[in-house]
Design a protein around this ligand. Structure first.
Ligand SMILES: O=C(O)c1cccc(O)c1O
Ligand SMILES: [Fe+2]
Length: 298
């Protein structure tokens, strides 16, 4: 069993890097921590970055998760290879580019590129948020897969991911620590990034951000609303390069592991995604860039 200790980052291609960076800083409110070799690093909390925008073809490149140490990394490599998963070690330049000491990459059964990293760099300076959006941390990442049940078998079979709630066969919300979910898989025809979530400090932040987004002509994909699963109040919006962002506040913590029973919500029932029953627009997905394993492509 491979123990994911946290989410680390999303790495994503940007055909128009400057526009994507401007949006991430001026609209989403992240800090641009560095920009070099065609990669822009954005952070929302002490992690060096939780979003790396890589100049080039548009689309998600990989999603990173942290492991405890190098023994855990070596064990993960063995376990995945035993299960028939093709795994590649990152080279020094690729690790440096990710601001991690070492990492492995592999594809999930659907082609989502996953990276397991150790020693992601932490920055000690206070985050200089690009805007006062109230962001407190990188909250969760959500992948697409054509078969959500199969995706759960993968994540639960090899990793410490446990389902917190199902939304039919449409979505699986998984926890790797007490936070209701840090990883989710949504049904989609292709592998890809469904959305990236940032937690904000208060309900007021969600609502202020919603007004800010509307006033600045940003496309609201859904919300403000309240998810019945995590009980978080949310708003989804669309940024450049097909990236959907979510702000949310009030995520449920599952503190008694053994007492929690995953619920099953029917996506066809009213209120199953948004208890406030707001209009449901399709959450946009950023497709996965398919690259041969080992070619980290920066
Ligand atoms: O927070 C949630 O519960 C949630 C539910 C459905 C979809 C999401 O993106 C969520 O974050
Ligand atoms: Fe979400």
């Amino acid at each position: 069993m491979i123990e994911l200790t946290d989410i680390a980052y999303v790495r994503s291609g940007a055909a128009d890097l400057d526009t994507a960076v401007r949006f991430a800083v001026d609209v989403v409110g992240m800090e641009l921590t560095a920009q070099e070799d065609g990669v822009a690093y954005l952070r929302a909390d002490p992690r060096h970055h939780c979003l790396a925008l890589v100049e080039g073809e548009s689309g998600v490149i990989s999603s990173g998760f942290t492991l405890r140490d190098e023994d855990a990394l070596a064990d993960a490599e063995t376990e995945l290879e035993k299960a028939g998963v093709t795994v590649a070690r990152g080279d020094a330049a690729a690790a440096r580019s990710r601001r991690v000491r070492d990492f492995l990459s592999f594809d999930d059964p659907f082609g989502n590129r996953i990276e397991l990293v150790i020693d992601q760099v932490t920055l000690t300076a206070p985050v200089r948020y690009g805007r006062e959006a109230g962001i407190t941390e990188f909250g969760h990442l959500c992948l697409d897969a054509p078969d959500v049940r199969e995706a759960y078998r993968f994540w639960n079979g090899h990793f410490n991911a446990r389902v917190s709630d199902w939304i039919g066969d449409w979505a699986c919300l998984m926890r790797i620590d007490p936070v209701h979910h840090k990883l989710a898989v949504f049904q989609g025809s292709q592998p890809g990034l469904c959305h990236i979530n940032f937690q904000v400090g208060s309900l007021d932040d969600v609502m202020r951000n919603w007004h800010f987004l509307e006033a600045n002509g940003v496309e609201i994909e859904m919300g403000p609303g309240r998810h019945p699963q995590s009980t978080a109040v949310f708003v989804y919006f669309k940024g450049p390069e097909g990236i959907t962002y979510e702000y949310s506040w009030g995520v449920r913590l599952i503190t008694d592991e053994d007492a929690w029973r995953p619920r099953y919500f029917d996506p066809a029932e009213i209120g199953s995604i948004d208890m406030w029953q707001g209009p449901t627009r399709r959450v946009h997905t950023q497709p996965q860039i398919r690259r041969p394993l080992g070619s980290t492509g920066k």
